[in-house]
Ligand binder design. Structure first.
Ligand code: C2E
Ligand code: CA
Ligand code: CA
Ligand code: CA
Length: 275
């Protein structure tokens, strides 16, 4: 592995690492994208099965690259985390999502993904307050989704940041639950309101795997701790039926709807929440 690392130093030699070249090009392009506003948020509904209505939408960023077309977040968020550009991108997403949600009915929330690099900065609380204030959005309508990995990195004042966000009245969800080194004690000692069961477990429901047991245990845990529970990546009626039978009442996935542009949110609300 050390030798591979060393290879990256041969940057200026002929035949240089094309992956590195590509990363540098993408970094340049990302800076341009931030300056020129090439991002768009898609919204995916979370359906509350106890009422049959949409309770919130998750904000999912997309990049309209002028030459490469629509780029999904999986292809650029990792790099943006490494080079810090996730901070301005994440701020844009938060501000835009709050503004969009402020135009929706009062009982509809919005969930925004917050990356570790953002959480480790001292100014996330102030940035969140500003976004809410500028949009005129009530704090309880905003939910921040964080992954558990960041909680392991104790250096950083992550705890006091999360406590401060909770004190604002913002909601906090643990995303991708079960994929990392989850310590159950985190669920108690940090101010979470919700657990999102990772879609890898949902995908295997109905097949021969341990996923059902994991899902059952997670749902029971959420009930014991008084947390809301959501399942992501629900693609079939069978998965939905199993989740509902086990007591998971909030469902997100292609079976309900793919993430849609802002302009299609009203149509979804019309379909699920009218009457
Ligand atoms: P995530 O937070 O776990 O978001 C859920 C992802 O699952 C989304 O992918 C969504 O489109 C996808 N998905 C939803 N339903 C289904 C389904 O039924 N089946 C399958 N196979 N997939 C489904 P997307 O939009 O490509 O985002 C990927 C990841 O990028 C997100 O995973 C999140 O970690 C990250 N991301 C997206 N937007 C942002 C953002 O604004 N900030 C940060 N920091 N990360 C973001
Ligand atoms: Ca998420
Ligand atoms: Ca997730
Ligand atoms: Ca994920």
């Amino acid at each position: 592995a050390k030798d591979e690392r060393r290879g990256t130093y041969r940057f200026f030699e002929p035949g240089m690492d094309s992956r590195l070249t590509e990363r540098r090009q993408m970094e340049t392009d990302l800076r341009e994208a931030i300056a020129e506003g090439q991002f768009e948020i898609y919204y995916q509904p979370l359906l509350d099965m106890t009422k049959g209505t949409i309770s919130s939408f998750e904000a999912l960023v997309r990049w309209h690259h002028p030459r490469r077309g629509l780029i999904p977040p999986a292809d650029f968020i990792g790099l943006a985390e490494d080079n810090g550009l996730i901070v301005p991108i994440g701020e844009w997403v938060m501000r835009q999502a709050c503004q969009d949600a402020a135009k929706w009915p009062d009982d509809i929330g919005v969930a925004v993904n917050v990356s570790p690099a953002q959480l480790k900065r001292g100014d996330l609380i102030a940035m969140t307050m500003n976004a809410l204030g500028a949009a005129g959005l009530e704090p309880h309508r905003l939910e921040l989704e964080i992954t558990e990995a960041v909680l392991l990195q104790d250096e950083s004042g992550v705890r006091s940041t999360l406590d401060g966000l909770a004190a604002l009245g913002v909601r906090i969800a643990m995303d991708d639950f079960g994929t990392g080194y989850s310590s159950l004690s985190y669920l108690r000692s940090f101010p979470f309101n919700k657990i999102k069961i990772d879609r890898t477990f949902v995908a295997e429901l109905g097949g021969a795997s341990d996923s059902l047991s994991i899902v059952q245990a997670t749902i029971q845990l959420s009930q014991k701790l008084g947390l809301q529970i959501t399942a992501e990546g629900v693609e079939s009626q069978e998965q939905l039926n199993i989740l509902c039978a086990e007591g998971c009442s909030i469902i997100q996935g292609y079976h309900v709807s793919r993430p849609v542009p802002l302009g299609e949110v009203a149509r979804l609300l019309d379909h699920y929440n009218s009457g």
